[in-house]
Ligand binder design. Sequence first.
Ligand code: SIN
Ligand code: CO
Length: 369
Amino acid sequence: MTLQLLGSLTARQFLRDYWHKKPLLVRDALPGFKGLLDPAKMMELASRDEVESRLIVRGSDWSLEHGPFAASRFRKLPKRNWTLLVQSLDHHLASGEALLEQFTFIPRARLDDLMVSYAVPGGGVGPHFDSYDVFLIQGMGHRRWRISAQDNLDLIENLPLKILSHFEPEEEYVLGPGDMLYLPPRYAHDGIAVDECMTYSVGFRAPSFEELGQAFLNFLHDELELPGRYADPDLALHKHSGELPKAMLAQIADHLNRIRWDEDFITAFSGRYFSDPKPHVFFTAPDKPLARKNFARRVASRGLHLSAKTRLLFSGTQFFVNGEDFVATGAERKHLMQLADSRKLPAGEYGEALIGLFYDWYLAGWLDV
Ligand code: SIN
Ligand code: CO
């Protein structure tokens, strides 16, 4: 099936020819798209503690400030050359979550968040590269993107943000409402607002192996089971009391070599890692929660949906929700797979055990009815 979002390519063609390989400009990727919020609403979001926001001003130098921002901060800004960025819009706006649904041809484990930027004319984050793939969707107004496949990705030193020291644009496009530009990782780009404009970026998670390795070792540390204790009933008399005995080293090596992991262990780690909420994410429990019976009735008559911040992933019978794991089989597994894929379940009967699990999630603010 071809997708308008991908310029009438199929998802398969896009993955084969563009993903990680080359940029794709799609005019009218989202026909009629004007954006998901206005600048005033965005500034209101940027004033909240729980929302990650940044303000970048380009004067004789670049300046970077982190939110939250009082409304008065924006009144003091010049008419040109600044931009406000708000991260994880999908957590704060149902329409943001809905926009991400268009990108599920990429596994959800890879999906990071939806960022929005608002810029006055001349505003932008400067020429840079990102370490992950990004889809840049133009909402209100127009932005001029200059892009380059250059290999030189050196950055200007001692700046608060990552700006390329030598940017040599090769192509240039002005994007208007509904247009989209896909860029592979490490592709140099610079988007400058032509007029007052807003741009939505769909970003993907691509942790470094160093980061993954460290997280894995923490996981291993938590899960480690090495029974027994060092003992040397056959201790031989030593020549040097200061020397580490060879038999001691051999015994330690023997036990440490028993630290092993298999595919299931790697799956358990990966599932927990990729479903773990980011540090600034907090779930809000319902104010006046339904009693369990009423909750079950509501699910039967209206269905349920995951709350925007919840991440639910699976592999075989292993399920991972917000950094926790459990096993499900049979009909329960089928329902949970549907929930992980589409983030919602229609009205219906899901059985006592699953309703019990969903009720716990509901009380924790992980799902809504
Ligand atoms: C922006 O929206 O100004 C920046 C997005 C990006 O370059 O990744
Ligand atoms: Co970028």
